[in-house]
Write a protein that binds this ligand. Structure first.
Ligand code: SF4
Length: 415
């Protein structure tokens, strides 16, 4: 059974503005239909592609086909004017389905699937375009043609060791949504409320908690989370050394997803990466920039207070968190086996990562909206990036949580 498609309870906007970002640094996996269409287009005979592989393979055990890339990471079909060559010569429907879908993203729940936006696309991140309701018919059409039509998903556990029903998951998701969208507080405070809510929920005994009892409990915990979170802001403290090290390791993973990062697989680049990883581990002296064109800085200078960000700069980051929570994609897409509270923490860790990255990006100047849009692109890619949704990262997030590190990190880097 294929699920009906709905838009989010918040308004998202998008239209393609042809910037071509989705054709750089992304891996476009191809299914059997895509391969058939590409073969029928006869690119091997095309003078510009003769002798070049247009499909590449990766994976040792399970081989997967994807569109080949140029050495700079851009798609082999990207034209200098930012347009797609397949689209130009054969039309929209001739492209691989992933390209036709982008930036629409389908999040399957049990009774329906949400259609939301990958905010890796700068137009989606900036809410530029028509409301998503106007794209719903296109999304339905694409989903109908899609080989992997959304099927009802199994509910993720709410907390470790406890199986949950979809009803329970939706009660908790609603509570997290209310906390993250509560416009009476700044974003950092709202995320800390939600983190506190997760901690309180995890400390509850769940034996008889479901249905109306869980609704009641969630509302009590929401109030308690808001009341108890003030401590993190009264006297903001730097994270302890172990949390700080785990945090820098996380930032290091995220920086390779920054849209200005160019993949380089040369031995020289690998050696540089090793040196930079060591510097991130140490966390003192010259700050590594992961090959990114950012001004020079030291790790120490990145710890200084910078003052609050302008609302226009914060807005795309704010919207990214709101959409991620409203769609539940933080939990049901790449971290399906993680409990909801742990997935939420991993996503919320993106906030201090974003603030730290803005400091690195801008050095002494004030961040601008474009800087924030790039950071949003980085966060968005992190939600499906294997090193940030795998076991090792889960252990990192758990270790930081045990040391009460996440709320402290958020409050520290928001100042
Ligand atoms: S990133 Fe977004 S705006 Fe840019 S080409 Fe792709 S879909 Fe269009």
């Amino acid at each position: 059974m294929s699920l009906p498609v709905r838009t989010l309870p918040i308004v998202e906007r998008w239209d393609c503005h042809g910037c071509g970002r989705c054709c750089r640094g992304t891996i476009i996996e191809l299914d059997a239909d895509d391969l058939r269409r590409l073969r029928a287009q006869g690119w091997e005979e095309h003078p510009d592609y003769r002798g070049q592989a247009i499909v590449a393979r990766r994976g040792l055990w399970r081989r997967r086909d994807h569109l080949a890339k140029r050495p700079d990471g851009s798609c082999i079909f990207l034209l200098p004017d930012g347009r797609c060559r397949i689209h130009r010569e054969f039309g929209m429907e001739a492209k691989p389905l992933v390209c036709q879908m982008f930036p629409l993203q389908i999040v399957p729940l049990d009774q329906f699937a949400y259609v939301t936006l990958r905010r890796f696309c700068p137009s989606a991140a900036a809410d530029r375009g028509r409301p998503m309701d106007e794209h719903r018919a296109t999304a339905r059409d694409l989903v109908e043609r899609w080989q992997k039509r959304p099927r009802p998903a199994a509910p993720p556990p709410l907390v470790r060791g406890r199986r949950s029903s979809w009803n329970d998951v939706l009660v908790v998701a609603d509570a997290l949504g209310r906390l993250v969208r509560d416009a009476t507080y700044p974003l950092v405070r709202r995320l800390v409320h939600a983190l506190e809510f997760c901690d309180l929920l995890e400390s509850c005994r769940f034996d008889r908690l479901e249905g109306s009892r869980l609704v009641e409990l969630a509302s009590l915990l929401e109030a308690a989370a808001v009341r108890d979170s003030g401590q993190w802001f009264q006297n903001r403290q730097a994270p302890d050394p172990r949390t700080a090290r785990l945090f820098r390791q996380t930032v290091f993973e995220y920086l390779s997803l920054h849209p200005r990062h160019t993949p380089d697989h040369s031995w020289k680049a690998r050696w540089r990466l090793l040196v930079e990883a060591t510097r991130f581990h140490r966390g003192s002296g010259k700050a590594s920039r992961h090959g990114l064109p950012f001004p020079k800085a030291t790790f120490e200078s990145l710890e200084c207070a910078r003052g609050p960000l302008a609302q226009t700069v914060l807005r795309p980051i704010n919207r990214w968190f709101e959409a991620a929570v409203a769609s539940l994609r933080f939990s049901v897409l790449a971290r399906r086996s993680w409990p909801v509270v742990e997935s939420f923490r991993a996503m919320a860790l993106g906030f201090p990562v974003a603030m730290w990255t803005l400091r690195l990006t801008c050095a002494d100047r004030a961040p601008e909206v474009d800087d924030a849009l790039e950071v949003v692109a980085m966060l968005d890619r992190g939600e499906t990036y294997a090193p940030l949704v795998g076991r090792r990262h889960r252990l990192r997030v758990t270790a930081m949580t045990r040391r009460a590190g996440l709320a402290r990190l958020a409050a520290w880097y928001a100042r």
